[in-house]
Every structure is written in C-alpha cells, then in structure tokens.
Design a protein around this ligand. Structure first.
Ligand code: THU
Length: 275
C-alpha cells in the first residue's frame, strides 16, 4: 500500500480515496516504479491553480493539473506533489461530452506520468504521453471490472449447496450487454447430478436472453485458484470461445487466463458443419 496524503481544499468532489489509491498503485506498478515515501495530492480551486501556474510556470491560465517531483530519498519523505483542479477538469469534460469520473482519472494519471518523467511540451512527446495515459486508464477499468465480478462471485458463493463436498463455489458471468449473471454449485445426494457454479450461471443468463459473454470470475472457499472443470469449459466454449476466465482466491489475488488456453483444440460441431 503506497502512502498518499490527500487534501481537498475545495467543496468540489474529486475521486474517492480508494479510486486514487488504485490509480496510483496501477501507474507505479505498470511503470516499474516501486517507490517508498509519500505522494501528496492537493485538490484546489480554479484561482489557486491559476496562481500556481503563474508563479511556477509564468503562464496566466487555468489549468487542470500541476506536478512537482522532489526526488526519491528516505522512507517518509514526500517524493512528489500533484495539484489538481476538479472544477477545470469537469468543465472540460462537460464541453467534450465525456464522463467526469473518467476525465478526473485520466488527469490524475497524466499528473503521475509527469512525476515519472513523461513530458508533453512538443507534440511528439505529448502523443506518447496521451497514449500511455489512455492505456493505463483502460487497464484500470479492466481491473475494476474483474474485481467487481470477483465480488459478485464471492457473494453468491455464500448460497452454494454443497453438503457432500463442503467445497463452496461462486461464479459471476459478464454478458456483452454488461449484465452479470451469478451461479453457485448445487449438489445432490445422487452425486452425479451436481451442477457446477459456472453452469448455473450460464443457464441463468440464457434463460434471460443473454448468450454472449466477456468474462467469468470463479471463486471457491479454498486456498488455491479454482479453474472451471472440464465439463464447464466445454459449456462455456459453446457460447464464448473468447471468454476471459478469472480464477480468484480473494478480491485482489486472482489469475486471468483465456478459455482457449484452458480448452485447446476444443470440440465444436461448427468446425465440421458444411456451411
Ligand atoms: N465445482 C464447481 O462448482 N465448479 C468447478 O469449476 C469445480 C467444481 C463444484 C462441484 C461440486 O459441488 C464441488 O465443486 C466439488 O467438486
């Protein structure tokens, strides 16, 4: 957990502490920086950021973010400071028809990249920086999506009916329409009738008219990752050969693999059919 000091000097809402923490950790990790010390984030109003921009950069403009890099040294030192103005960012987002939260996240990533040495004073460098900040934002969104699915899988795992194996499993399947379908394992005294969590989720989705899927998260009550059994791999393949499979131990400890890698040379009647 990186140390971050956040001071909001305005009445304007910014990103939540959790979201800021996630973004900072993602950027440092993806940029290969494992910094100790403290990052300071000050949320300021338009006039304050304007006067800072004037004082330090000799430009009389309202800007969205300013970063100061102080250098890495001892444990508790502040290594960098980001001064960010949500009012300016939100105005720009509104005028471009973008989501405010997305714009705030991207500007925070932009400020962090400046601290890590990225520059944008010429168009070539600005392009590199812009592409990097977009890619990092998308990666962050992807992680949020995965962690939300794991959370749903964990919730439904509590409803597993597994008196024979005591192995509780929860699965959450993300449809292309954005809906999430959950399932838990349902056992039977006649053991072979057991329905796995994944197949429960597939049946629920199909019965509600959704049969295209992006991702599935699976979590068991176990210290190891729970990958789908062979039968479930085949059932998932029927609807989503491109599926991403997230095998989780906890909200933050998970492995991501493709269904194709779990079921190479999968059986499909479609391959044999004369179209
Ligand atoms: N199980 C699942 O629900 N999903 C899997 O991918 C593996 C196994 C269930 C079936 C059974 O109720 C219990 O786990 C032990 O096999």
């Amino acid at each position: 957990m990186k140390k971050i000091e956040i001071v909001n000097k305005t009445k304007e809402s910014f990103l939540t502490r959790r979201k800021i923490q996630k973004i900072v950790e993602l950027v440092l990790r993806e940029e290969g920086k494992d910094l100790s010390g403290c990052l300071s984030i000050a949320v300021v109003d338009k006039e304050e950021i304007r006067s800072l921009k004037k004082r330090f950069f000799h430009q009389d403009v309202y800007t969205d973010v300013i970063s100061f890099f102080y250098g890495f040294s001892d444990e508790d030192d502040v290594w960098g400071e980001i001064i960010i103005c949500p009012a300016v960012i939100k105005e720009e987002a509104r005028s471009r028809g973008e989501r405010e939260e997305q714009a705030l996240s991207i500007v925070l990533i932009h400020g962090l990249l400046h601290l890590l040495g990225y520059e944008d004073e010429d168009s070539e460098k600005a392009k590199v920086m812009e592409e990097r900040q977009e890619a990092l934002y998308q990666l962050g969104e992807e992680e949020e999506e995965r962690e939300k699915l794991i959370q749903k899988a964990k919730e439904v795992r509590a409803r597993a009916y597994a008196p024979y194996s005591n192995f509780l499993v929860g699965a959450a399947l993300l449809g292309y329409n954005g809906n999430i379908f959950t399932g838990c394992n349902v056992e039977n005294a006649s053991f072979g009738l057991t329905i796995c969590a994944e197949r429960g989720a597939v049946a629920k989705a199909l019965s509600q008219g959704v049969k295209e899927f992006k991702k599935i998260a699976i979590i068991a009550d176990s210290s190891s990752y729970c990958f789908p059994c062979g039968a479930c791999r085949q059932v998932l393949y029927e609807f989503a050969p491109q599926l991403e499979v997230i095998a989780a131990k906890s909200d933050i400890d998970y492995e991501v693999v493709s269904l194709r890698s779990l079921l190479p040379q999968a059986f499909s009647l479609k391959n044999d059919r004369k179209e």
